[in-house]
Design a protein around this ligand. Structure first.
Ligand code: NAP
Length: 283
């Protein structure tokens, strides 16, 4: 079997066209959806991420503001900026790019963002909403994975999903989203004794670890759907995921590539969440 590719670039394009149309409809009502991106320090990867996020907003007709601060910015000053953005009616979504410098308590900053503008979905109120099935913002990466499953009309009811990784931003919310769609969910992590025994039972596998080749062909049940969240560099410095793509694509029914898979979907879902925040605020 050669797996069918779930193309994150293609799906993103489609979803972003919908975002542009919805943003246009809001503009007619006098509301331009606005995202504020706050960057503290000069982490090179973060600089690329925020640039991409701001550009994606512009391309989709969303207003965006990029606030850049020196790494020496105090926690109090950052909290004051977040508060100002909470009170700014032209801003519907606030994203504070992580990681923050060590002297700033990132959790405290996230908790300072109004849950109504928490488009990253990292606030404890957003996590609680996801856990209880209440309306709120879903973290963009697992949300993008759910859209990828939707794109192949995959019915999770009665299926066994195995999530590898239990971070607050990917693994745990991913598991909750799959559960909400009636999958039976297993979460694996670094203390899981026999990962292969778990993954071999899975109809859907989401790998969110950050290590190359965590998932190889011998660990995958024929016909399983494999979503690769990982972002790593191989020996040649090329971007790659957690999954041995060449091997696993011979066994899986569907697979996401890296690059061009979950990555572009993450930014797309940030646009979707920002638009949603603006729509809610304008009701
Ligand atoms: P993280 O916070 O470092 O979490 C990694 C998880 O993997 C942890 O739960 C860890 O277990 C588990 N783990 C580590 N080694 C393992 C092993 N050998 N077997 C099974 N589980 C293992 O990372 P993250 O923020 O969730 O991100 C995961 C990956 O996704 C990274 O490569 C990151 O760059 C990527 N990512 C991509 C996007 C995107 O847009 N494409 C977005 C976010 C993240 P413990 O909890 O026991 O330590």
């Amino acid at each position: 079997m050669t797996a069918q590719l779930i193309d994150g670039n293609q799906l993103s394009k489609q979803l972003r066209t919908e975002v542009t149309a919805r943003a246009q409809a809001l503009k007619v009502k006098g509301v331009t959806p606005g995202l504020a991106v706050v960057l503290v320090g000069d982490n090179p990867a973060s600089q690329v991420y925020v640039r991409n996020k701001v550009k994606a907003c512009e391309d989709s007709g969303l207003h965006s503001v990029l606030e850049k601060y020196e790494a020496t910015l105090t926690e109090a000053d950052l909290l004051a900026r977040v508060e100002a953005l909470n009170n700014d009616p032209s801003i519907h979504g606030i994203l504070v790019q992580l990681p923050l410098p060590a002297h700033i308590d990132a959790q405290k900053v996230i908790e300072a963002i109004s849950p109504a503008k928490d488009v990253d979905g990292f606030h404890i109120a957003s996590a609680g909403a996801l856990m209880t099935g209440m309306p709120g913002f879903w973290p963009c990466t697992p949300y993008g994975c759910m859209k990828m499953l939707d794109s192949i009309a995959y019915d999770l009811r009665g299926k066994h999903a195995v999530v590898i990784g239990r971070s607050n931003i990917v693994g745990k919310p991913m598991a909750l989203m799959l559960l909400q769609k009636n999958a039976t969910v297993t979460i694996c992590h670094s203390a899981t004794p026999d990962l292969k025994a778990m993954t071999l039972q899975a109809d859907v596998i989401v790998a969110a670890v950050g290590k190359r080749n965590v998932l190889t062909a011998d660990m995958v049940k024929p016909g399983a759907v494999v979503l690769d969240v990982g972002m790593n560099r191989n020996a040649e410095g090329k971007l790659c995921g957690d999954v041995d793509f060449e091997g696993v694509k011979q066994v899986a029914s569907h697979i996401t590539p890296v690059p061009g898979g979950v990555g572009p979907m993450t930014i797309t879902m940030l646009l979707v969440n920002t638009l949603e925040a603006a729509e809610r605020a304008s009701k």
